[in-house]
Design a protein around this ligand. Structure first.
Ligand SMILES: [Zn+2]
Length: 188
């Protein structure tokens, strides 16, 4: 978004204008909350604001819907998609911990059974699979871009046992973490 447009939309937020209602969503970095542009809560500083053209994108980026202006209501999102996006944000935040289906379900206040079914319907895979994908992406990035030890990397993506991490990595990619690292270092 260019600066001019940003200023125009921000001006609308300051004045609680309805011009951009349903067009932009106000995400506030300091509170990790996303609002409608007309929200009655205290106006956030421009430097802390990012405008998203859809609520889905804001939720995927880890923002939670404001409890006051409820941006998810009135058809802004299909509720199932909103739920899946919320779960994705939680996984992105907590992939390093022992995330279970029960814990995820508790944080979005539905039963594990329903969470599993709805999430799979929206995304095509389970929350557990999503967690593994996020862990793998983080592990691969750190293997390729850092010199951190393999055991360290395993621990930071949720696998405290290095041998478990190595065999898990192998199962997902067909190569070991060391081979993956060497392949991304041009053999250095
Ligand atoms: Zn709000």
């Amino acid at each position: 978004m260019d600066q001019q447009l940003f200023e125009r939309v921000y001006e609308g937020v300051v004045n609680r204008e309805t011009t951009y209602e349903g067009i932009y969503y106000t995400a506030v970095k300091t509170t990790k909350i996303v609002c409608r542009p007309t929200c009655r809560a205290r106006t956030p500083h421009a430097t802390n604001v990012t405008f998203y053209p859809s609520l889905e994108e804001a939720l995927h980026a880890g923002f939670r819907p404001c409890k006051r202006c409820k941006p998810e209501e009135n058809g802004a999102l299909r509720p199932d998609a909103a739920l899946a996006a919320q779960v994705d944000a939680i996984i992105e935040e907590q992939y390093a911990t022992k995330l279970t289906l029960a814990m995820l379900a508790a944080s979005v206040a539905i039963s594990p059974y329903h969470l599993q079914r709805i999430y799979k319907e929206v995304t095509g895979y389970s929350p557990a699979e999503k967690t593994e994908r996020v862990r793998l992406a983080h592990a691969q990035r750190r293997l390729a871009e850092t010199n951190d030890g393999i055991a360290d990397i395993g621990a930071t993506v949720g696998y405290g046992s290095p041998s478990y991490f190595t065999s898990w990595f192998y199962r997902r990619t067909g190569i070991s973490p060391t081979e993956y690292r060497n392949g991304h270092r041009g053999g250095n």
